[in-house]
Design a protein around this ligand. Structure first.
Ligand SMILES: [Zn+2]
Length: 245
């Protein structure tokens, strides 16, 4: 027989219900967690609340076993970020694509966000942030990523704030980011920044967790050592599973 107990005049659940409530609570808590799946270079998949969020899907990545995308975020126009073939492979009819206006000629049906633009998709708050070179470029007076073209993204889900840098150097805007739970920070020369500079940026942002990504050819141990701000955990994911090194 179930026994209902009363506490200060309120009916509370029968004891027999508590395991079920605990299971439900655990299932809910697990659904609210963010799972990080490194794919390749700038590409990753985030899983949250039964949704799959793809960043810069690229055909050099192995997507075996991954669900189709509910949301695709595109950061820039270069091949490692904008790959129409792979976007077509991972999308379904109702997939939402969020991208900077610079890719409009390639993907007509995306939601376009300029730097500073915001939207909400599937309960996820999305803010497009500037991603650009301050100094580095192919020749004097030119930069690889001019300000205003590419987007980094700040995602807000279940109260968690996730920052995806896109291709960028350590910009003044990045240094002002606060209360970041998980940061994905790019590095690699000559296009973005060296690991020391990326680490300095992380020391300013102070995320709870940082994943270096887009790091081909960079020494992650240098990065790890140079992240000295208290309370920052460096997590390493394998973004280059095909490489022998
Ligand atoms: Zn890139």
């Amino acid at each position: 027989m179930l026994v209902t107990i009363k506490s200060r005049g309120f009916s509370v659940l029968p004891w027999a219900c508590y395991p079920a409530v605990l299971l439900l609570f655990t299932a809910f808590a697990l659904a609210q967690q963010v799972e990080v799946v490194p794919i390749n270079h700038a590409s990753l998949v985030l899983k949250w609340n039964g949704k799959a969020i793809y960043v810069d899907p690229w055909s050099q990545g192995n997507y075996e076993g991954q669900p189709k995308a509910d949301l695709i975020l595109i950061t820039d126009i270069h091949q490692d970020h904008l790959d129409l073939q792979q976007i077509a492979a991972v999308r379904k009819p109702d997939t939402v694509i969020v991208a900077p206006p610079a890719v409009q000629s390639s993907i007509a049906e995306a939601q376009f966000l300029k730097n500073g633009g915001t939207t909400e998709v599937l309960g996820i708050g999305i803010t497009a942030l500037p991603a650009y070179n301050v100094t580095r470029g192919p020749s004097a007076g030119q930069v690889y990523h001019p300000k205003g073209r590419g987007n980094g993204y700040l995602l807000e889900m279940s109260g968690k704030r996730i920052y995806i840098s896109g291709d960028t150097e350590c910009t003044p805007e990045m240094k002002q980011l606060k209360n970041i739970d998980i940061a994905f920070i790019c590095m690699n020369l000559p296009y973005t920044m060296p690991p020391e500079e990326a680490a300095q940026c992380v020391n300013e942002i102070r995320p709870k967790v940082v994943y270096p990504y887009h790091y081909r050819g960079s020494d992650l141990q240098v990065f790890k050592k140079a992240v000295t701000a208290p309370g920052v955990e460096v997590k390493l994911g394998n973004w280059y599973p095909g490489d022998s090194k």
